[in-house]
Design a protein around this ligand. Structure first.
Ligand code: PEP
Ligand code: MG
Length: 334
């Protein structure tokens, strides 16, 4: 099922294809329209799921990791943990959908704990609330329209502090990494890290167990992508090509997705340069490009070795990977 797909235009009578599990709508022109919120799949995937723990090799033997993106914690019921390396992106804005949820530390803790325990020691990257702009949070209408993601969280630190505490406490139940949305400047990462340190001190005083997780950032704002070597305080990087494309093209998410063929060269170029600037820091990609085999050669050539995508996109990426070398060229005999 696909919900919240927004408006799009097709000629009268023209057929469209809806891929519910992937949260995708395909237009007649061959364009993919929307990545939106797939409802949790009703059934566990068939027993034919691979059990390679999402650890694959390119045709020339270089290791590649495949992880999943989750929107709702209940989506784990439909994913085989043996088929993935972990959760590369858990969007929290769908599970925490109101200002009351955002203030509820215990509720958040139980959501994060559930996913971490399910992952059974595999890495789970949970993104802090990415709300504001075109991602509203019910009850939070009194903020400037241009505030979104980490900028909004730092403007409303009471929201960030509750989430930081819930994440710190959840971290004892598995291998958690925290991802910051819509980062533009290094100071935003530093300020968030300070919040985590201060809240860890609070938990100490309350005698509650916690662990400090690695804190990384989405690379989805062009200004951050071109300056990635200045983000010394980020522990890791995750490329968000959905927003990167939107902001590079001065477009909207909907329009840029419909026009993805035209914008992708610019997105790939900025991503390739940013990957170089990331140097030795761990990096992955969790934007929709990660789940589209068409872009796999260029992403491999850019040095990306960890791909996180909607669960339904895994089979297509698995089979494309088999025929490619790590530099993105097609393997001999393919
Ligand atoms: C992105 O922007 O590519 C991304 C993964 O984040 P979201 O789609 O949630 O904005
Ligand atoms: Mg984004």
């Amino acid at each position: 099922m696909v919900v919240g797909a927004g408006d799009f235009t097709v000629a009268e009578g023209a057929p469209i294809t809806v891929e519910g599990d992937a949260g995708m709508v395909f237009l007649p022109a061959g364009n993919t329209v929307m990545r939106m919120v797939p409802r949790p799949a009703a059934r566990r995937h068939e027993n034919t799921e691979p059990s390679d723990n999402g650890m694959l090799n390119t045709a020339d033997g270089k290791p590649v990791l495949l992880s999943v993106n989750l929107n709702d914690p209940s989506e784990v019921d439909a994913v085989s943990i043996n088929a993935i390396a972990g959760v590369g992106l858990m969007r929290t804005e769908f599970a925490i959908s109101s200002i009351a949820d955002a203030a509820n530390e215990e509720k958040q803790l139980s959501i994060y704990r559930r996913v971490l325990e399910w992952a059974d020691g595999k890495s789970v990257t949970i993104r802090m609330l990415d709300v504001g702009g075109d991602k509203p949070l019910s009850g939070l209408e009194d903020v400037h329209a241009e505030l979104r993601g980490i900028r909004l969280l730092l403007e409303r630190p009471e929201i960030a502090r509750v989430q930081a505490r819930a994440l710190l406490r959840a971290a004892v139940f598995g291998k958690l990494a925290v991802l910051l949305p819509m980062v533009t400047f290094p100071a935003e990462v530093e300020a968030t890290r300070r919040i985590f340190e201060e809240e860890a001190g609070q938990l100490d005083r309350r005698g509650l167990p916690y662990r400090m997780p690695p804190i990384g950032m989405m690379v989805e704002v062009p200004a951050a992508a071109v300056m990635l070597d200045t983000f010394a305080t980020a522990d890791f990087f995750s490329f968000g090509t959905n927003d990167l494309a939107q902001y590079l093209a001065a477009s909207t998410r909907r329009d840029v997705t419909a026009d993805s063929q035209k914008t992708s060269p610019a997105v790939l170029r900025i991503l390739t340069n940013a990957a170089r600037l990331a140097s030795t820091k761990p990096m992955s990609i969790c934007g929709d490009m990660a789940g589209n085999p068409q872009y796999l050669p260029a992403l491999l050539a850019a040095g990306i070795r960890h791909f996180s995508m909607a669960p339904a996109r895994l089979p297509a990426i698995r089979s494309a990977l088999i025929g490619l070398n790590a530099d993105g060229t097609t393997a001999a005999g393919e």
